[in-house]
Design a protein around this ligand. Structure first.
Ligand SMILES: [Zn+2]
Length: 157
């Protein structure tokens, strides 16, 4: 499908996307971008992808919906996902999930409920979140500088 990004489309809020992704990764959902790439970019079935990452189809669709909303369209989301992957390679979860599905914060060594993981990061480890966002923004700037002319996200495929 042809993806044309025209001048009247509002620019992608990269800060918001990066914020969302950083918080997800730090909170232990570090499979997020792989799952989204397989589902949205590669077009794999939602059941297969969800099963692979031990999440529900509903969750996977929810993640996809959020990324699409923040990107402005599905087409743009497909382009932005590989970029988000590239700039988040160094961001590692601080809350990890063990084989029993127990989430533990590796910084304060506390067990955290899955649904509270992101809130825990936001509340107690804001420094780590700020650092992760900063690192991703810097990598994005590097990519942008490298492709100064081939403006990210505005090329028609
Ligand atoms: Zn903690």
């Amino acid at each position: 499908m042809l993806c044309l990004v025209t001048i009247h489309m509002k620019p992608i809020d990269m800060k918001s996307l990066i914020n969302y992704v950083a918080l997800k990764i730090l909170g232990g959902s570090d499979y997020l971008l792989n799952a989204l790439e397989e589902y949205l970019v590669n077009g794999e079935g939602p059941a297969i992808v969800a099963h692979r990452y031990n999440i529900s189809k509903h969750q996977l669709r929810g993640y996809a919906q959020r990324i699409i909303e923040k990107s402005g369209s599905e087409c743009r989301a497909k382009k932005i996902i590989p970029i988000l992957k590239q700039i988040s390679v160094d961001v590692k979860p601080i809350i990890t999930r063990d084989e029993n599905g127990v989430y533990t914060c590796t910084i304060c060594n506390t067990i955290v409920a899955r649904e509270d993981a992101e809130e825990h990061v936001r509340k107690y480890h804001k420094d780590q979140l700020t650092l992760a966002i900063k690192s991703m923004m810097e990598k994005l700037d590097e990519i942008r500088a490298k492709k100064a002319k081939a403006v990210i996200l505005t090329s028609a495929s």
